[in-house]
Design a protein around this ligand. Structure first.
Ligand SMILES: Cc1cc2nc3c(=O)[nH]c(=O)nc-3n(C[C@H](O)[C@H](O)[C@H](O)COP(=O)(O)OP(=O)(O)OC[C@H]3O[C@@H](n4cnc5c(N)ncnc54)[C@H](O)[C@@H]3O)c2cc1C
Length: 495
């Protein structure tokens, strides 16, 4: 029998953003239904099993920023929701990772003072640039990081540096590095860190990049044992315990405005809601509202944004502990001698896959229970995959997988003959499991002058875009944005 619902909030999508919104809103006394297309919750924060659950693969979790006590925004958010046992699940990384560049293995520690010291030892000619970088992270990076707390009146913009912050938002991270550093090598060692926020140094704006560095260096970076799925499952448990309702395998197709409320049609139900909280891509919200007049105007707003990077991933199981093949660090960033400054031509003729930073994640180090798992990840774009026929797709996937394996074997030759399971995913796989436009894993690109605020006033005030598309990518942002919007949009709720 079809069950219909009448609720305060209908949330589209049970990724981290939707789960955090839902949890915050139910705690504020609202009735909330989350409708999720997939059969499990988490969106990108999920996992999958192979070989009768012997191998466990994490779909996205590398570093969750903002968990340092009293300093990190995510710590603050989880603490004020009383999720103390969830906070206890996070373990801190001992290092950000090891950058492999021109034969050197440069271990980047996790404490800001140690990171600075490492850079000064490796690049003694760049000391003034390094000093400037850390000052900018502490001022401009902090300012950008705290913007979302301003939404709930907990941060006052530092007007003394605002003009300079704005200028930084108009240039790329690479242009910024070229201003503060003398040589190229330090730029190529710092640039790959941008991939943790799904960006590339010659695209991402410097103001946002400094935010990412603040979040990671000062906010602290951690992980949950048991993959990102455990985090999603724990948030779901809290949501359900507080009376929330989750509808799985239930994509939302259509919405109609009925004046006092919205009527939402999903695969299995019809739902009457006072508010719709859309964590799915904004362009899908417009498709759901196809007959409304304002749709075309809002399409023009969306054209201001460029769909961000997805990724290509090779999931590997090896026959021996990673230490036996000289893989000790939780993460390596393999940077080519020419660095990350690839051209459009490199991208189009696939030289990109030989040149751009390849990350090698040692999941066994994060969580030994998941098996001897390694993952090779590179940013990639849906435009390179969606148009292919099935045959072309399979061939291309094999080709790129071989390129990655060749690169990793060149750095870790003892791996030869030890790969016992290999599987790959593309941006098309991302789309299949998250419905993200073009398989983007990091929502819109944070290019110079990009202004996500344009997405905050949707022309129907019963619909709110509460997502990484409107707030910026990453675990921390998804959860913190879900929380602040849950607080703000619940303000007038009578408990
Ligand atoms: C390989 C990889 C590595 C990453 N590493 C990191 C990292 O180390 N640190 C970090 O902070 N971030 C990382 N990220 C980014 C991070 O995973 C995402 O930014 C974040 O999980 C996005 O959360 P979300 O809730 O906004 O969206 P999503 O996770 O995309 O969730 C959206 C949900 O909405 C559902 N949905 C969509 N359309 C509909 C519909 N019509 N009806 C019903 N449901 C719908 C989807 O099924 C999905 O469950 C990584 C991402 C990838 C892919």
């Amino acid at each position: 029998m079809i069950k219909n619902f009448d609720t305060d909030d209908l949330v589209i999508g049970a990724g981290l953003c939707g789960l955090m919104y839902g949890l915050t809103a139910v705690m504020e006394g609202r009735s909330v239904v989350i409708s999720e297309a997939h059969h499990k919750v988490g969106g990108y924060a999920t996992n999958f099993y192979r070989n009768k659950r012997k191998y466990v693969f994490d779909c996205s979790q590398h570093k969750v920023s903002g968990l340092r006590k009293e300093i990190g925004n995510l710590w603050n958010t989880l603490n004020r929701l009383g999720l103390h046992s969830l906070l206890d699940e996070f373990k801190f990384h001992e290092e950000i990772g090891t950058v492999v560049y021109k034969g050197d293995f440069i271990r980047i520690p996790s404490e800001p003072s140690e990171i600075k010291e490492t850079l000064m030892i490796c690049f003694p000619d760049e000391i003034s640039g390094i000093e400037r970088l850390f000052k900018d992270i502490e001022t401009h990076g902090y300012q950008h990081y705290m913007f979302f707390r301003r939404l709930i009146n907990e941060y006052t913009i530092n007007k003394d540096i605002l003009r300079e912050s704005r200028n930084l938002s108009k240039i790329t991270a690479r242009e910024y590095f070229e201003i503060i550093f003398k040589g190229k090598d330090i730029i190529e060692v710092l640039s790959p860190i941008a991939i943790y926020s799904g960006s590339i140094s010659n695209e991402v704006n410097a103001f946002y990049f400094l935010h990412c560095l603040y979040a990671m260096f000062y906010g602290g970076q951690a992980y949950v044992k048991g993959t990102g799925q455990r985090l999603s499952d724990l948030l779901l448990e809290e949501f359900l315990n507080h009376g929330g309702v989750l509808l799985k395998k239930n994509p939302v197709y259509e919405m109609e405005d009925h004046g006092e409320h919205m009527l939402i049609k999903t695969r299995k139900n019809t739902i009457k809601a006072q508010q719709v909280i859309a964590t799915c891509p904004p362009e899908d919200v417009l498709k759901m509202l196809n007959s409304e007049e304002y749709v075309d105007n809002f399409k023009d707003i969306i054209r201001n944004f460029e769909v961000g990077w997805g990724h290509f991933c090779v999931y590997i199981v090896i026959s021996v502990p990673p230490e036996d093949v000289d893989i000790f660090s939780p993460e390596y960033l393999l940077v080519s001698d020419s660095g990350d400054n690839f051209t459009q031509n490199d991208f189009e003729n696939d030289r990109y896959y030989d040149l751009f930073t390849l990350s090698v994640s040692n999941y066994h180090r994060f969580d030994p229970e998941g098996g001897y798992v390694l993952q090779l990840v590179m940013l990639d774009h849906g435009d390179r995959w969606f148009h292919l026929s099935e045959d072309e797709y399979i061939k291309r996937k094999q080709k790129i997988q071989n390129k990655f394996i060749k690169r990793v074997l060149a750095t870790f030759p003892k791996l030869e003959g030890k790969l016992i399971y290999i599987e790959s995913s593309t941006p098309k796989t991302n789309y299949k499991f998250t419905l993200a436009t073009k398989g983007s894993a990091f929502a819109y690109k944070m290019l110079p002058k990009v202004n996500l605020n344009l997405l905050s006033n949707f022309p129907n005030d019963k619909i709110k875009l509460v997502s990484t598309w409107a707030g910026g990518p990453g675990y921390e942002t998804a959860m913190c944005f879900g929380f602040t919007q849950g607080k703000l949009l619940s303000k007038n709720t009578k408990v």
